[in-house]
Design a protein around this ligand. Structure first.
Ligand code: ADP
Ligand code: MG
Length: 340
């Protein structure tokens, strides 16, 4: 008997999605990328995405403030719009609330949503409210817009492309470990927890990168680099090489990892929820892109590897030597208690 833990989250999606991705009207992209794409006319397409957060699976209610949870529920969806280079338009919230939930708590949750909507010029236009028997369930949907010729997809990476990310990774995973293990909160560990509880969607960066024709493929890093590069590899029929020592780490993650004897490099490769952008670009364009990006955002890009023609094969190296990973990126059905 095949079980969910045999198939895994992505195996399950692949299994049921086959019947829904064929025979779609021309131009519509369904399951498989960060957002669905619905072209409206020659100048505009809609991007649509939805993400769910469930108490005890995605968050522990006494380890995150209601304000941060409101912001995070929206931010993880805005990140999928950013991943394709889009501009957020509106958000919709379906929420299942246990009767125990305090009104004051809910007021703060909605304030978090409101403030992030204001910050990102996103309208809040609807949803659904219902009672949940035990746990809080939050589902947000975001609609964005983009010029149809500017959309960045997971499926268009080319062998020889350089793989880049636009921020350090692993902070969110480190923050989660602090929360789960009840480690003391000092200046550095609090920073990691904040990065976990209040991630930033890279909307401006995504929009800027979408204008760059030389970028072939893009995704947001939601499940970890190791997992998300697999999404690009599968969609684009390519392979990849990643040099683990080129993955940028924050000073805070390094300090906290040393203190608790964690492997910061492994965390940076396999933990999720950092929500920065990962994209691929031909080698001959990388220098100009890097220069222009630094000028625009005053922060560097990080070259962490290369797309190869070795379909489906991910090679991780440390200082050029191939290594074997014990841990892998996040999958809801394959691991127990990994996200929380
Ligand atoms: P992301 O991490 O960017 O939110 P995922 O990797 O979780 O995206 O999902 C991969 C693709 O599968 C996306 O196109 C998403 O819309 C689709 N998908 C995931 N779950 C479902 C579902 N239950 N029904 C339909 N499509 C789904
Ligand atoms: Mg995504």
């Amino acid at each position: 008997m095949v079980t969910l833990s045999d198939l895994g989250e992505f195996g399950l999606i692949k299994r049921f999605s086959r019947q829904f991705i064929k025979d779609l009207p021309e131009g519509i992209t369904g399951i498989g990328d960060d957002c669905a794409i619905i072209p409206l006319n020659e100048k505009e397409a809609l991007l649509i995405t939805t993400d769910m957060l469930i108490e005890d699976s995605h968050f522990l209610i006494d380890k995150i403030s209601p304000y941060d949870l409101g912001q995070k529920s929206l931010a993880v969806n805005l990140s999928d719009i950013a991943a394709m280079g889009g501009n957020p338009h509106s958000a919709y919230l379906a929420i299942g609330i246990p009767v125990r939930q305090e009104i004051k708590w809910l007021d703060k949750f909605f304030l978090g949503i409101k403030d992030l909507c204001s910050k990102t010029n996103t309208y809040f236009l609807g949803g659904d409210t219902t009672k949940s028997p035990v746990r809080l369930v939050i589902n947000v949907c975001v609609i964005g817009t983009i010029h149809p010729t500017k959309i960045k997809r997971r499926s268009t990476a080319m062998p020889g492309d350089i793989i880049c990310i636009n921020d350090s990774v692993g902070d969110s995973g480190g923050g989660l470990k602090i929360l789960i293990d009840n480690k003391p909160l000092d200046k550095h560990s609090s920073y990691l927890v904040q990065r976990h509880n209040c991630p930033r969607a890279h909307i401006e960066e995504g929009k800027w990168l979408a204008q760059r024709e030389e970028i072939n493929a893009m995704i947001d890093v939601s499940d970890g680099i190791e997992s998300d590069i697999h999404r690009i590899m599968e969609s684009s029929d390519v392979g990849a090489e990643i040099e683990i020592n080129k993955i940028p780490l924050s000073e805070q993650l390094i300090i906290v990892s040393e203190k608790h004897d964690w492997n910061a490099r492994e965390i940076s490769l396999t933990s999720g929820e950092d929500y920065c952008l990962m994209f691929t670009v031909p080698e001959n364009h990388i220098n100009t892109l890097e220069k222009d990006y630094v000028q625009e955002f005053k922060r560097p890009l990080h070259k962490i590897g290369k797309i190869t023609g070795n379909q489906g094969k991910l090679m991780i190296t440390r200082d050029g030597k191939v290594i074997d990973l014990k841990k892998h990126g996040f999958d809801h059905f394959k691991q127990k208690n990994e996200k929380i």
